[in-house]
Structure formats: structure tokens, C-alpha cells
Design a binder for this molecule. Structure first.
Ligand SMILES: Cc1cc2nc3c(=O)[nH]c(=O)nc-3n(C[C@H](O)[C@H](O)[C@H](O)COP(=O)(O)OP(=O)(O)OC[C@H]3O[C@@H](n4cnc5c(N)ncnc54)[C@H](O)[C@@H]3O)c2cc1C
Ligand SMILES: NC(=O)c1ccc[n+]([C@@H]2O[C@H](COP(=O)([O-])OP(=O)(O)OC[C@H]3O[C@@H](n4cnc5c(N)ncnc54)[C@H](O)[C@@H]3O)[C@@H](O)[C@H]2O)c1
Length: 461
């Protein structure tokens, strides 16, 4: 039986930071992962998706060049070379992670999957047992595939598979108008793939505001068919692809054939095969250990949970922050301290981009009912956006009345990633609408749109 001070289950982004952070306090840390190593972010997530989007946006802007009187000739997308670059660059990012892992001593690593046999004991598939004073669960998540989609058989793809295609398909039906569906669906469309995107319940990405959702709906639909509240009656595999029957926006029953079905219907935490039933952990209705968001501590005081495994904020920077906090607290037990956590920030790399910062609209209503003001700005009025030919989108900011404290923001617009950071950093510094208005604004820049919105918000708070 191996005995360690801290066992970290999972060597992804959360597990690696948990390991390093625990190692600052004790020499006895075991990092457990059967692989594939290299992190979800670098292998099949953030990085390959952004590489595909970069190719797609290049093709798109070349096609749009004509509006400036610039002709780029006939645009050709070489699917093989697009996918080769995606994989080559992706491999570079993965190798960087693996090189970083090479500095971890062999004695600190175990390349096997483990599950709990009791609160302090883990076991590998071949029966090896590990006794740990404290344990960090950092096992990530995997795609959640609704049963109906399995009828697509060999034609069913998830994000992992998409990046392994050696060339671009002719057509793809995408299920899920969430973050992955929007990013990959639009990218495929811009690369010349025939795309149809189906969502559920009217949702579009993480957008909570009804007006912004409508703006996004119209904007995306001008580019490719997106039904966020689809009625799909049949999915079936054919000899050469997948056939989907659905009700179109005019209420007609339509059947369409595609090369592949991409399921982007959410992800589920990898906690269901961890033997949690052998522990005394309290689980929520989804079978996920109940935990404290600031300390990452579960109901059993020596067990912590970080990253996608806890399903709280399944984003890369949150996984890394949570790993750091969980690793430190696991190693310093019983000296458990909170945070630091940052202002919630999420960005969808669609075009226009979608960004959410701070509290969501429903949370503002719940926590500040009758004590908040909101103002909106339409990018169609914005000089810089017009100059760039990117004058579509809507943003809203919520602030507390009286104090003028910034509460939350939703942006659907050009380069939202930068405006969102500006707002997140301002919220973290507890700045008010007035503080932001006292900052310099150059001309002509997108930030001038933010200033117009803030002036209106200042009148309302
Ligand atoms: C297509 C896509 C695009 C994304 N784009 C972005 C983006 O642009 N920006 C962003 O912030 N986030 C993005 N994300 C989300 C981000 O990738 C994740 O939030 C992050 O990678 C989660 O890290 P993690 O450490 O929790 O999980 P992972 O990196 O998945 O690590 C979990 C590890 O646990 C191991 N493991 C599982 N079970 C066991 C077991 N029983 N025993 C031992 N080891 C085990 C696995 O092998 C794995 O190595 C994207 C995700 C996807 C899928
Ligand atoms: N840019 C980024 O930061 C980025 C990019 C990709 C992924 N991610 C992370 O990965 C997570 C998972 O992404 P995701 O897009 O899979 O999940 P998601 O939760 O964002 O979206 C899933 C969508 O699928 C829809 N859906 C569920 N069942 C459906 C069905 N049967 N038919 C049609 N639609 C259905 C849901 O309504 C939802 O809108 C995200 O929550 C995010 O945290 C982040």
C-alpha cells in the first residue's frame, strides 16, 4: 500500500496546478492520470477550436473584402491543409504541456485510473491501493450525448473527433446552440461546410438577456440556419451520412441529409465512475460532491474538487485557479483558506463574439431587485464598428442604483473579448460607472460605444 500526503486525481489543467500548489507545502504528492495527457484545453478544447476558428475567420474576411472595394479573387479553402495546420499547431500546444510535465518526478506520478474504495483510500483497476491524507478530485468532463443522437452511428462526432478529420466534410448538422455548437458550427460554415444548427429551449450560448438573444438569433441566421428551439423528429444513419427530419421555421416537415452529426449538447463531469458511493461524501442531485466554491472543500473535509469535475464554472482559467486553491488547501489541511476567486468572465469566440461578465441578468434581478439600473448600446450606431464593417451587436451593463457599482454585463459584438476584460477588471477593482467615465477614451475606437452606454447608465443609477 502506497501512502501519500496528497493524491491529485487527474492531470489536466486543474490537476496540474493542484499538484504544483500542493508541492509547495509537502514533498509527498501523487498525481494520478492514465492519460491521454496534455489537458482537454490543449488536446481537444480551447486550442484546436480556436485554430479552426482562425482559419474560418480568415476565409470569411477575405470573402467580405469586396465591401471595401478590395478583391481577393476566388477564395479557395483547402480542407486538408486547414486540418493539417489545426493538428500541427495543436500538437505544439500539447507538447508544451507534456514538456512541462517532464519536470514532475516519476515517483510523484501514477499513470492509472483510480476510484475511491473509502474516504481515504483509492484503488487502480489492477488493485493497487493508495492511502492519502487528503485528495483533490480534478477529473474533468466529457461530452454528454443525448440518446437520440446515437442513432447517427458512425456519423456521430463530438469535438474530440472533429479535430481528427483529415479534411473538411461537405455538410454537418450541429446539435446544441451552446458555446461549442456556436463556435464550431460557425467556423465550419465559414470554411464552406453546409451547416444547420439545432438548439433546445431557445437558448443561444450563455446569453441571459432576451434582447441580446434576439440580436444574436438574427445575426447568426443571416449567416447559416440556426433554430435555437428545434423540433427534430428523427435521426438515422444512412450509407453515406446521417438523415435528420425536423420542422422548419414555416412549420413544414423537412428531411435533410448530412455527412456528419456533431453533438455539442453539453458536458458531464467525470465523477460517475469514481466510486463516490464508497465514500461518505454528500452528493447533489446530479451526483456531484457538494463543495464550497471558495475553498473547493467537499463535505468530507480532506476531499477537494476542482475544474470541470465540479461543474461550477467549466472554463480553463477557473480550472487553473480552482486547482491552485484546492492543492494548497489539501496540503495545508486543517488550515483551509478561501480563494482568491475572480469576477466571472466567459467569452464565446463566435463572430460577433459573446461575452458575459459578473452577475448574469437573472442573478442581478434576484440579488438587487428594485435596486439596479441597466443601459444598452447597439453597435449599429458605433463609428469604429461601421468603419470596420462590423457594426452588428448589442451590449448591456447592469449597475447598482445609488452607488453606481458595476454588477454585470452581456456583450454580443465585435471584439467583445477586449471590452469584457476591461469590464471584468473594473468590476474586480470595484469601480463604479462614474469611475469608468473618468477614464480616457481615444477616437475612433469601440470603447467609445462603452462610454455612450455608461453615460446613459450614469443618468439612470
Ligand atoms: C471544444 C472545447 C472548447 C473549449 N474552449 C475553451 C475556451 O476557449 N476557453 C476556456 O476557458 N475554456 C474552454 N473550454 C473548457 C476548458 O477546456 C475546460 O474547462 C478545462 O480544460 C477543464 O480542465 P480540467 O482540468 O477540469 O479537465 P481536463 O483537462 O479534462 O483534465 C481531467 C483529467 O482527469 C483525468 N481523469 C479522468 N478520470 C480519471 C480517473 N478516474 N483517474 C485518474 N485520472 C482521471 C483525465 O484523463 C484528464 O487528463 C473548452 C472545452 C471544449 C470541450
Ligand atoms: N469559449 C469558451 O470559453 C468555451 C468554448 C467551448 C466550450 N467551453 C466550455 O465547455 C462547456 C460545454 O460546452 P457545450 O457547448 O457542450 O455546452 P453548453 O452548456 O454551453 O451548451 C449545450 C447546449 O446544448 C443544448 N442541448 C442540449 N440537449 C440538446 C438537444 N437534444 N438538442 C439540441 N440542443 C441541445 C442546450 O440547450 C445548450 O444550449 C461550456 O459550458 C463551456 O464552459 C468554453
Amino acid at each position: 500500500m502506497r501512502k501519500v500526503n496528497v493524491a491529485v486525481i487527474g492531470a489536466g489543467s486543474a490537476g496540474l496546478t493542484a499538484y504544483r500548489s500542493a508541492r509547495e507545502h509537502t514533498d509527498s504528492v501523487l498525481l494520478i492520470d492514465p492519460g491521454p495527457l496534455g489537458t482537454t484545453c490543449a488536446r481537444v478544447g480551447c486550442m484546436p477550436s480556436k485554430l479552426l476558428i482562425a482559419a474560418a475567420d480568415t476565409a470569411w474576411h477575405m470573402r467580405k473584402a469586396d465591401m471595401f472595394g478590395v478583391s481577393a479573387g476566388e477564395i479557395q479553402v483547402d480542407g486538408k491543409r486547414v486540418m493539417q495546420r489545426v493538428r500541427r499547431m495543436r500538437d505544439g500546444f500539447v507538447n508544451k504541456v507534456l514538456r512541462g510535465m517532464a519536470s514532475i518526478p516519476e515517483s510523484d506520478r501514477l499513470d492509472k485510473a483510480v476510484h475511491f474504495v473509502s474516504d481515504h483510500r483509492l484503488e487502480t483497476e489492477d488493485g493497487e491501493q493508495i492511502e492519502a491524507d487528503s485528495i483533490v478530485i480534478a477529473t474533468g468532463s466529457r461530452p454528454n450525448i443525448p440518446g437520440m443522437m446515437k442513432a447517427a452511428g458512425d456519423r456521430l462526432l463530438v469535438n474530440d473527433d472533429l479535430f481528427e478529420l483529415t479534411t473538411l466534410p461537405e455538410s454537418v448538422v450541429v446539435f446544441g446552440a451552446g458555446v461549442i455548437g456556436l463556435e464550431l458550427g460557425q467556423a465550419l460554415h465559414r470554411l464552406g461546410v453546409r451547416v444547420r444548427l439545432f438548439g433546445l429551449g431557445g437558448l443561444i450560448g450563455p446569453i441571459g438577456d432576451e434582447d441580446i438573444r434576439k440580436a444574436a438569433y438574427h445575426c447568426f441566421n443571416d449567416e447559416f440556419p440556426l433554430d435555437p428551439d428545434a423540433h427534430v423528429s428523427h435521426i438515422g444513419e444512412t450509407a453515406s451520412g446521417v438523415r435528420v427530419s425536423f420542422t422548419d421555421k414555416d412549420g413544414r416537415e423537412v428531411t435533410e441529409q448530412f455527412d456528419y452529426l456533431l453533438a455539442a449538447t453539453g458536458r458531464r463531469p467525470n465523477v460517475d465512475r469514481l466510486g463516490l458511493e464508497n465514500t461518505s461524501l454528500e452528493l447533489d442531485e446530479h451526483g456531484i460532491p457538494v463543495f464550497d466554491r471558495d475553498t473547493l472543500q467537499c463535505s468530507v473535509s480532506h476531499i477537494f474538487i476542482a475544474g470541470d469535475a465540479n461543474n461550477y464554472l467549466p472554463l480553463l482559467h477557473e480550472a487553473a485557479d480552482e486547482g491552485r486553491i484546492a492543492g494548497r488547501n489539501a496540503a495545508r489541511l486543517p488550515d483551509v483558506t478561501p480563494g482568491p476567486r475572480t469576477v466571472p468572465l466567459a467569452i464565446v469566440f463566435s463572430d460577433p463574439q459573446i461575452a458575459t461578465v459578473g452577475l448574469q441578468p437573472a442573478q442581478v434581478e434576484q440579488q438587487y431587485a428594485g435596486r439596479y439600473a441597466v443601459a444598452a448600446f447597439d453597435f449599429a450606431q458605433q463609428a469604429r464598428a461601421k468603419v470596420l464593417g462590423r457594426d452588428r451587436g448589442l451590449m448591456k451593463i447592469w449597475a447598482e442604483t445609488g452607488s453606481g457599482k458595476l454588477l454585470g454585463a452581456e456583450i454580443f459584438g465585435p471584439d467583445a473579448e477586449h471590452l469584457a476584460h476591461l469590464l471584468a477588471w473594473s468590476m474586480q477593482q470595484r469601480l463604479t460607472v462614474k469611475d469608468l467615465l473618468a477614464m480616457p477614451y481615444y477616437h475612433p475606437v469601440l470603447e467609445e460605444g462603452l462610454r455612450s452606454l455608461l453615460r446613459e447608465l450614469q443618468r439612470r443609477v
